[in-house]
Design a protein around this ligand. Structure first.
Ligand code: BES
Ligand code: MN
Ligand code: ZN
Length: 509
């Protein structure tokens, strides 16, 4: 999809299939049409004013009206924006997602958004156009790899018309669209990887994708195979991957050098890359087990983050670490009761092979901490069902040892709509994961605070370095149960959660 911005008024553009306007929610009898919609109402022969005062068009969130115009080969699209006081970038992303999906199903191929109607009052038109563009690009994604014949018609062009009110902002709006284009490219590229099933997306496949990314963007990529991992003492990743006869584990490191030379800050981003989580010997029930092809979501998000870091040339140095393994039962699997030694020497008592993410991450966290001395470590992992129980599908769990880091991530979450909710992490939680026979145990016999104790376990491997852990188990993919509640721009399957979030965080540094 092409994203454009023009000074002209939308109605003066010769070649668009529809003009799109936003309407904030209004209620009560004889609701008034805002004056800014007068030119549109004129084209619609007064229909808008009538429909609004009758309560037929109310501007409710999610509402879309496609209105034919007398004598014009063009449609007017009115999208509800919800209450004006809660109008923010996220509402605009969702509104745009709803509009482009409607437009696609009606075979409207080019749309002109009248920007003034989406940035009422004192709202920033540059932010508004970026949010609308982002929602538009992301909403049209479909995973067609195994069903290419079904790829449907699509919206090919979205134009933002600034009009006289905002014409002076043209260069800034265009700059915003360029950034959004690169962000969306990274998210959509990652979605194509994240949606692949485990028979295709093996640890070695993820390593190949990292290498291809490195080639395209000039990033250093290092792949550690089983033999290398054994030499390094990465017993955690090796244990988790030991059951797979066909898909051996890998640790993949992707490095973006930063823009500040040797003075650059270093941010390490570590992702859980379990290409399939059957639970291993502590096997999961069959129901929804297929969703566990998405247990690599953290690692795929890390690939996307490195791609945007390079595409947007962010200031800090970024080191991405993907901890990749397939967790399946076999005669060679690791077992409950096993004790494994991780990079740096800390030991883990494995009480449940289904708590494998933390075991695989232990090596990546301690390795990157020891070898790169990062200023901050952020990990992303579909770590616990307990986090989904606590927060559902709307927010990822945030655990942090550093308040400034937590605040920055929370702010990026609000800005990008990839929302976080901070959870506690206290000494008692560290006590809960202490083992009698090793430094830590990977699971408790009793269930309380499952997401928090998993975080406490990870904390063991980052030392004193400021660290944040994002439990994305509820937000990484849209399963059948969550589809009804997902934002319009998150297609079903892998979402790419964390890419736009971390891009915002890295750009702000
Ligand atoms: N990958 C799962 C967590 C998960 C659950 C992700 C649901 C997405 C949706 C993880 O490896 C796991 O199995 N965790 C266990 C931990 C338990 C054995 C301590 C869990 O959450 O039940
Ligand atoms: Mn598991
Ligand atoms: Zn898992």
């Amino acid at each position: 999809m092409k994203l454009e911005a023009v000074r002209a008024e939308a109605w003066d553009l010769a070649d668009v299939d529809a003009v799109v306007v936003g309407l904030t929610e209004r209620s009560g009898p004889e609701a008034a049409l805002p004056r800014s919609l007068a030119p549109d109402d004129e084209r619609a022969g007064g229909y808008l004013k009538q429909a609004v005062s009758r309560g037929e068009i109310r501007g409710k969130r999610g509402e879309v009206h496609v209105i034919p115009l007398p004598g014009l080969d063009r449609r007017l699209v009115v999208v509800g924006l919800g209450p004006e006081r809660s109008l923010d970038s996220e509402e605009l992303r969702r509104a745009a997602g709803t509009v482009v999906r409607q437009a696609r199903s009606r075979r409207l191929r080019s749309l002109a958004f009248r920007l003034a109607l989406f940035a009422p009052g004192r709202r920033d038109p540059v932010l508004a156009s970026s949010a609308l563009a982002e929602g538009s690009r992301l909403a049209l994604y479909e995973f067609t790899r195994f069903k290419p014949s079904e790829s449907p018609a699509t919206v090919e062009r979205v134009v933002f018309s600034l009009g006289p009110e905002h014409g002076r902002l043209l260069a800034r709006v265009r700059g915003g669209l360029e950034t959004v284009g690169k962000l969306a490219d990274a998210v959509l590229w990652a979605r194509d990887i994240g949606n692949l099933p485990a028979n295709v997306a093996s640890p070695a496949f993820l390593a190949e994708q990292a290498q291809a990314l490195g080639k395209e963007f000039g990033l250093k990529v290092t792949v550690y195979d089983e033999q290398k991992l054994a030499e390094m003492g990465c017993g955690g990743i090796l244990a988790v991957g030991s059951g797979s006869a066909t898909h051996p584990p890998r640790m993949v490191v992707v490095e973006y050098p930063g823009q500040g030379g040797s003075r650059s800050r270093t941010v390490a981003v570590v992702g859980k890359g379990i290409t399939f989580d059957s639970g291993g010997i502590s096997i999961k029930p069959a129901m929804h087990m297929s969703d566990m092809k998405f247990d690599k979501s953290g690692a795929v998000a890390v690939l996307g983050i490195l791609r945007v870091a390079a595409a947007l040339k962010v200031r800090p140095k970024v080191v991405g670490v993907l901890c990749c393994a397939e967790n399946v039962p076999s005669g060679s699997s690791y077992r409950p009761g096993d004790v494994v030694k991780t990079f740096g020497g800390k030991t883990i008592e494995v009480l449940n092979t289904d708590a494998e993410g933390r075991v695989a991450l232990s090596d990546g966290l301690s390795w990157v901490n020891a070898t790169h001395h990062p200023d901050a470590i952020i990990d992303l992992a579909t770590l616990t069902g307990a986090c989904v129980t606590a927060l559902g599908f709307d927010s990822a769990g945030l655990f942090a040892t550093d308040d400034a880091l937590a605040r920055a991530l929370l702010a990026s979450g609000e800005a990008t709509g990839e929302r976080l909710w901070r959870m506690p992490l206290r000494p008692v939680h560290h006590e809960m994961v202490r083992s009698d026979v090793a430094d830590v145990k990977n699971s408790l016999e009793a269930p309380p605070a499952g997401a928090i104790t998993a975080a406490a376990f990870l904390h063991t491997f980052v030392g004193e370095t400021p660290w944040a852990h994002l439990d994305i188990a509820g937000t990484a993919y849209v399963g059948s149960g969550a589809a009804r509640f997902a934002p319009s721009y998150a297609s079903s399957g892998f979402v790419g959660f964390g890419i736009r979030l971390l891009a915002d965080y890295l750009r702000a540094l």
